[in-house]
Structures are given as structure tokens and as C-alpha cells.
Ligand binder design. Sequence first.
Ligand code: NAD
Length: 683
Amino acid sequence: MSEVVKVERHDAVAIVTVDSPPVNALSAAVRKGILEGVKSASADPQVQAIVIACAGRTFIAGADITEFGKPPQSPSLHEVIVLIENAPKPVIAAIHGTALGGGLELALGCHFRVATKDAKLGLPEVKLGLLPGGGGTQRLPRAVGPELAVKMIVTGEFLSAQDALKNGLIEEIVDGAPAVGGEAFARKVLAEKRPLRKLRDDDSKLAAAKADKSIFTNAAAAANKRNRGLEAPLAAAEAVSHALDMPFDEALKTERELFLKLMNGDQSKAQRYAFFAEREAAKVDVPEGTKPRKVEQVAIIGAGTMGGGIAMSFANAGIPVTLIETGEEQLKRGLGVMQKNYDATAARGGIPADAPAKRMGLIKGVVGLENVKDADLIIEAVFETMAIKKEVFGKLDQYAKPGAVLASNTSYLDINQIAAMTKRPQDVLGMHFFSPANVMKLCEIVRAEKTAPDALLTAVAIAKRIAKVPVVVGVCDGFVGNRMLAARGKQAEKFLFEGALPQQVDGVVTKFGIPMGPFAMGDLAGLDIGWRSRQDRGIKSEIADAICEAGRFGQKTGKGYYKYEAGSRSPLPDLEIEKLIQETLAKLGLKPRQIDDQEILERMIYPMINEGARILEEKIAARPSDIDVVWLYGYGWPIYRGGPMFYADQVGLKKVAERLSFYAKQTNDPSLEPAPLLKLSGG
Ligand code: NAD
């Protein structure tokens, strides 16, 4: 009867099996198949109970998101759930793998749920800027109570089968195949003559929160605590709250309205775009059939800020690493920082108490580059100086085994030059991690001129294995992310000479949704690094130089563009800086002007878009969406704005190009002239 849903009868029990690889998503065909299957089983006088189960690796893992934004196709999920809930015979969902989103909502419409022991259950719609629109916000609180329900729906976190059992989301954990377990449970229901449990009619778990409203409001506030500017988690909490103050059907209607509002809003569009962008970025342009090389042993050179964080990322994934330094002293310091870091995370409950010892046990600290000899992958994270990098790669060429992939974590330097120091440039590439490397998910994989396809694929595969998001980029100064950041930094610096203060510029950037503005970021990274590099290159930047000359190197000295109270990382505006800027402008004979926030926003963001367009023209990035993934995962670009290139499309390329031309003239800055690609695409 249906291509994707089959019905079999075992005596009195009908088994409705969904078989729609890869994840049994709720496509129109699956919805129709289930509807017809349940209808026919309900009508069959021989059938006394119905089990809904799935073939393949998982229960229904969510909506078919390719249907989003298209005209709705009948039957809707709501219709299917209503039919199941009103079936005259017990309907049991037998869950394995992941019951997510619409999959869990469908299961919540069933009268009973059982799951295999490794199953996971959740409503992660918020991650796409949505809320559960198939009754999940009303039935889940009735199953597990409104406090846990709002937490699950607002954060999108999953429950394990064990927690689902403990909290009443499932009736039993079953062994073996889900359909078999479901059938055994169905027979038990029949034997015990258990009444059909319709969650919609069962308000028992709502009673406490109905009597004391603060129970729910506190739980909703806690779940939304980390929310920075996202609409969906707030709307989701509102929808769940109606389980307490509206009749079921009215609350369901409100859920639908809130869902549609999110679905048609800009934030969800951006979040769904980001979801696909990340998947696209994983597609690497290499000849068909290319296989990654095997990586069992990893060596990291340099136990500083980055080397340490990278080593932790490997240890977190259970992969042993050899961490190499120049001396015992440096090694001890590096390992000490990592240990402290792990201990702090364990103390806050972020990892189990025995994790620090286990993970540190995977990191072997040694002195001497010859220790790379067994490594399949070597990641260099020494000082950012070309001469030192060249020396290190020259030596690696002597010690590394044939076929080992040699990666540099350089932020800006030319990987082609680094590769040329070896007799195996085909094995050399960049793996550019972001700070803090044990936390930030992005890894720019830099493909140099001679990088072999299988070496590239090896780096991409290992990045995924350690839970990073790899994006392949080409060689240029700063690659994708830092090159665009530099375009923004240049404007930020210019603003100070035109009369803006650091807090005004940073304020506009953070209001836009980026977690930190350029000046606060400078203070965090340390202003002395740029100062030294300017001195080396004979470049002046009067305000930044004066700040460093005053001994203000940023957070590490308690003062930079801002001041910091002891032990705090919160930037506080400082009158001394205001004075210092005024004096410098007076010395240079410059007159400050009033700068409005719109100009700041445009000159912070549009030059980045412009640089992104040049990056595309030069084929440093393969797709605009790759650039967006870099910004989403490397720099905290707000997911609800999709990424700089997505944002550019929303503003309109024509407008971006016009404003850039305008500022190029106004501030006499040819670097702001729009890139040809922007002008072309903008018409
Ligand atoms: P760092 O100064 O904290 O650490 C560098 C470490 O390398 C030091 O511990 C040093 O002793 C060690 N080292 C130097 N020469 C060595 C050698 N020959 N053999 C073994 N060890 C050696 O520097 P960092 O911030 O970790 O930066 C390392 C690299 O990562 C640089 O290329 C930098 O541009 C890049 N990077 C830094 C950041 C960041 O935010 N700090 C972000 C991305 C990339």
C-alpha cells in the first residue's frame, strides 16, 4: 500500500513499520503511510493493538526539512497525531535510535511509548529557530512535567532512554529489536487491559505548576539564561506556558501560530540556512574515490595557548597525542595550564570527576622534535614567525615518517613557503584552529598549491573526529576569517581617529549580536602583539601605540582600550582612554565628529562582506556559505543572522555596494570600493 510504510499483523497486534532511509524523516509519503496504516489497523476487527516502529538505524528523527518553506502537503503531522490519539485501540510507539522533533511528537500522540536502551528523545526545533509545532509543547509537559518540558524544548537537549523512563516519557526500556519489544509490550497492555492514556486529557503532572506559577517561570527563565537574542527559545517557553493557562485545543492553536510566525521570520530562515551551510562545507572538492589516510598517532608541536587547546581537543575525543616543546620548563607550564583547565571544568560539573586524569593521561609531553617519528599527523603551533616555522618544517622533513600529514596552525603565514621547506609539499597544509582551541569549533583547513587530495581529506576527517567544523580555504594573508576580520579592524581603528570611542564601536557590534567588539577583543588577545609587529614593520598607529606606550596591553595588564577590575574580564569604559584619544587627535590636528550608530554598523560589517566577495573572486573559499560557516563557528557571528554573506543578501548587494562606495569617498579609503563581484551581483 505504501512505499515507505508497511503493515503486518501478528495475531492481534498490527505492526506499522516506517522504512524511509536514511532517518525515517516525516516526509509527506511517510505521514500518509502512517495515517493509512493506523486507519486500516484500526478498522481491522482482528487487530487489538497497534505498534509503530521504524526500520533502519533510527525511529523518526524529525521533519523532512526539505519541505520547509514549500506549500504544505496533506496529511499534516497534526492530522496523523489526532488519528493516532483517537484510535480505539492502544497505539504504542517503539523507539530506537533518535526520536526527534516531529518523531517524538508523533510518539507523544501514541498511548504508550517504549524505547531501546540506547535511544535518545528530544525536541530540538529551537536549533533551527522553530518550536515543536505538532503538539509537542502541550503533550511533553503532560508526560514529563512542565519544568523538564520547558528545559528540553527551550534548549533542544535530548533525554537518554534511562532519563526518559525516570521522567515518565516512556513506559519501558525494551531489549532487542524495537518492533519485537513493542509487540511484547502491546501484549502486556492487552493482557492487563490497560486504559488508553491520551496525554491531551491527562493534566496530573501540571497540577503543581498550576498552583504555583513560579515553578514554571523559574524553570523557563533558567532554560533561557544563555539565550542571546534568539526568538525561538522565548516563543517556545511561551508556547509551553499555555499548557498551564489554556485549554488543550486553544493552546495547540497558539502553538501553531507561534510556530508559523517563527517559520516565516528572518531568524529561522538564517538558522535553517546555517544548518545547510555546515553540511555543504563538509563537501570537499577532491577527485572521486579519494580516501583519507589513516591517523592513529598525532603529534603537536608547541604547548602554548593553541598547542595546549588543540591537544585537549584530541584528548577529549579519546585520541592520544604527543605534545612537543623546546624545554622541560615550557612543557611543564603548558601541561599545567591544561590540567588547570580540565580541573576547572570538572569542578563546575562540565565533565565527569575522573575525566581530567583520563584525558591528561592521553597527552604525553616530550622535549625534542625527533619525537614526531611515529605520528601520522603533525600539527605545528609554535610562534607566529616565518623563520621559526620554516626551521621547524625543515626538521620535520627529516624526522616525520613517509606519508605523515604536516599541518601548520599559522594564523596568517604563507603555507606554500612553509611547504617548500620540505621535500614533501604534497603532505603539507594548514589546520587553523581558533582560540580557545578546546572550545571553538571552527578549523580552517588550508589547501596549499601542492597539497595532495588525500592529505586534505585526512585533515578534514580528523577535524570532524575531534568534533570541529572543518572548512577548506586557500592560501592568502589571514585565510578567510582573519582576512575579513582585518578589514573590520581597519575601520575600527579609523573610527577612533574620527571621534568615536571604543565603547561606542564595540556597543554597536555587540548589539548586532557578535559577542565581542573589536576593541574588547584586542584587549583579550593582548595589544602588545600588534604593537611589536608594527614596530618590526615600521608602521605607526598613533592611538594604539600611545595606549601600549602607557603600559596598557589589555586584560593581562588590567588596562587596555578599557579598564578591568581585579579578577574581572568585563570591559569598563575608561576616562583616561577618552583623554588619550582626544590628546592624540589634537596632536595630529584632527577634529572629532559625531558618528551615528548606523554608520558604525555599516562600516563594521560591509567591509567584511566586501573582503568576502574578494575571497570568492580569488577562489580562496569555494562558496559564500563556507565563509558564513567560518564566521558562525570561529567568531561567534550570531546564528540568527546566518553569516556575513547571508546577511549581505538580506540587506541587498546593491545597497551594500552603494554604501561602500559612499564611505570610500567620505573617508578617502579606496579599500572600501566595492569588489567587482558585489557590483556585478548587486546590479
Ligand atoms: P604561544 O606563544 O602561546 O605558544 C607557542 C609555543 O611554541 C611556546 O610554548 C613555545 O615554547 C613553543 N615553541 C616555539 N618554538 C618551538 C619549537 N621549535 N619546538 C617546539 N615548541 C616550540 O603561541 P600561540 O598563541 O599558541 O600561537 C601558536 C600558533 O598558533 C601561531 O602560529 C599563532 O599565529 C597561531 N594561532 C594563534 C591563535 C591565538 O589566538 N593565540 C589563534 C589561532 C592561531
